[in-house]
Design a protein around this ligand. Structure first.
Ligand SMILES: [Zn+2]
Length: 555
């Protein structure tokens, strides 16, 4: 399904980096960050492979994905995956070639249109499939893409991992955000276009359990020592969210109203921490509306890495303890009250999985928003002041080395500032709106407006401008497309203060609260100097920097 998206030129390539993962885990500590496999390319043109993976090229844009049926068998002993993906799509123009993707480590066994084998050409992870006659615009086609092999294990969370649990049972799992789903199954591996729904069938040895995305439809004993587990995803889904989690899982169920809750953990860990899921769901439903994937239910699945937002089957590996990997994540005493991974990764169900970015360049729509959702959870549970404190605890994590939004069309991953600076920016927006009743309605309406869509930042800016009647574009641009945050310059002279914003955006203007706490005064600062009288001295004149993420200089 192709949704709202504006055509944009590939912007100038600045320094970029690719970090395979969702998640704040990549910043968990200096050590773990150093161990993350990071590919950097500074200042160069994107490579041929990056463009093939990242661009919305002619053989991707000529068709619209409708449906996948991933139907595979996984042999833990041989570490071998085989099977097919049935790909249904609608042509948007007459053409005889489409682009799919599959990692070079995997074999293509055959690609069939009905009974007709199709020719294909592989190039750097891309698979160009050729049809004997042109496919016709507005017609729907289905091909069967057969493949096999051993997917590579890579990246911080494993890519595709054939592992073992502490008792020696097989533990096989996928976590492929960044490097991409084509590392383990053939698909149209990009962010612009999603299937409307998906079937996932996974055959595994009889004594194991597979948890994939969507609603569990049943399992079938295949009579050869293998059982097939069938799952159905009733909603659009990102490729990187599609997952298998195979292990010696125990299962228990609960409900929140009509919503089925299903938890899968190793026998020794069962039930320990997952009760927090209910409060999380209540908090986010309060702000945004119904859980996005109600027909599929909500699942938490234990894994040996920290966690990932796999749609409706969120994976969890946060040591069954509060905080983040047993640390006070934002360092202000609030993080230890809740399980960071349950809150953060599940928050992605609203921002990341339901509202998705149409290019990894704009991934702050996933990570900045979900980090802000942590603050909303804190506000719902513990009140406004703790939420502001929690979010401001993220300030020391901001690096401020490059803009949050990176070049489009190269499958590049934005810097870590997309999380913390992104959340602090959204908290600033709340102060600019300066009316909490209106802010809560804006958040709710924003989510409802863009749910199940793939959007770019421009779509979100247009929504905010339209709803608030303000021109917020220069503010979004300053925070997201420049490195520096705004600096409020203050000059004191004889009972007066002069003020202006020092920024990169020429038309930037932003109200800000100044003066004394509990008696703030709002000034409408621009990039031009303005002067007002003040009874306060330079030392006593404050700026509400916990409500606005800005720098202040005084002279
Ligand atoms: Zn995340």
């Amino acid at each position: 399904m192709i949704r709202t998206w504006h055509k944009r030129l590939l912007s100038t390539i600045a320094a970029f980096l690719i970090v395979p993962s969702c998640l704040a885990a990549q910043t968990s500590s200096a050590t773990s960050q150093a161990s993350a496999p990071v590919q950097r390319s500074h200042g160069g043109e994107p490579t041929h492979a990056q463009l093939l993976r990242g661009a919305w090229g002619p053989y991707r844009s000529n068709n619209d994905l409708l449906f996948y049926h991933l139907d595979i068998r996984i042999d833990p002993e041989k570490k071998f995956v085989s099977g097919k993906n049935t790909i249904r799509f609608k042509m948007l123009k007459d053409d005889s070639r489409i682009q799919l993707d599959l990692h070079d480590a995997l074999n293509i066994d055959k690609i069939l249109l009905g009974q007709t084998p199709l020719h294909y050409e592989r190039d750097s992870g891309a698979v160009f499939v050729d049809f004997p006659q042109p496919l016709l615009a507005n017609h729907t086609y289905s091909i069967d893409f057969y493949y096999s092999g051993t997917p590579i294990q890579t990246g911080r969370f494993g890519g595709f991992t054939f592992g073992k649990d502490p008792s020696g049972h097989p533990w096989i799992y996928t976590a492929c955000e960044g490097i991409g789903a084509s590392i383990w199954w053939p698909n149209k591996d990009q962010w612009h276009d999603e299937v409307e729904n998906m079937q996932i069938s996974v055959a595994i040895p009889n004594d194991l359990v597979d948890v994939s995305n969507g609603k569990f439809m049943g399992k079938k004993d295949l009579g050869d020592g293998y059982t097939r587990w069938d799952w159905f995803v009733h909603y659009p889904i990102n490729n990187y969210d599609v997952s298998v989690n195979i292990g010696n899982y125990q299962h228990f169920s609960d409900r929140l109203g009509h919503l089925p809750l299903d938890f899968y953990a190793l026998p020794e860990d069962l039930e320990k921490q997952f009760t927090q899921a209910k409060g999380m769901l209540q908090a986010f439903q309060h702000y945004f509306g119904e859980y996005p994937f109600a027909k599929d239910g909500y699942k938490l699945v234990e894994v040996p890495y920290s966690g990932m937002e796999h749609q409706s089957a969120v994976t969890y590996g946060n040591h069954f303890a509060n905080g983040y990997l047993e640390r006070d994540w934002t360092g202000v005493g609030i993080s230890p009250r809740f399980d960071f991974i349950i809150i953060h990764e599940s928050g992605h169900e609203w921002f990341g999985n339901s509202v998705s970015a149409a290019d990894p360049s704009d991934m702050w729509i996933h990570e900045g928003w979900t980090t802000y959702l942590e603050g909303l959870y804190v506000e719902y549970m513990y009140g406004h002041d703790d939420a502001i404190k929690y979010l401001n605890g993220y300030k020391p994590k901001v690096k401020g080395e490059e803009p949050i939004i990176t070049a489009h069309g190269i499958n590049g991953e934005p810097p870590i500032d997309q999380y913390f600076k992104g959340a602090l920016f959204i908290n600033t927006l709340r102060s600019i709106v300066n009316d909490d009743k209106r802010w809560w309605k804006l958040l709710h309406d924003l989510y409802q407006h863009f749910k199940y869509q793939n959007i770019m930042t421009e779509d979100m800016v247009a929504f905010f401008n339209q709803q608030t009647g303000m021109n917020l574009t220069p503010i979004f641009n300053q925070y997201l497309r420049h490195t520096a945050i705004p600096t409020l310059e203050l000059k004191f002279d004889n009972g007066a203060v002069s003020y202006r914003w020092k920024v990169d955006e020429p038309d930037f203007q932003m109200p800000v609260r100044v003066g004394k706490k509990d008696n703030w005064q709002i000034i409408h600062a621009t990039t031009d100097w303005q002067t007002m009288k003040t009874p306060l001295t330079k030392e006593d004149f404050d700026v509400a920097t916990d409500l606005y993420y800005v720098n202040v200089t005084k002279e």
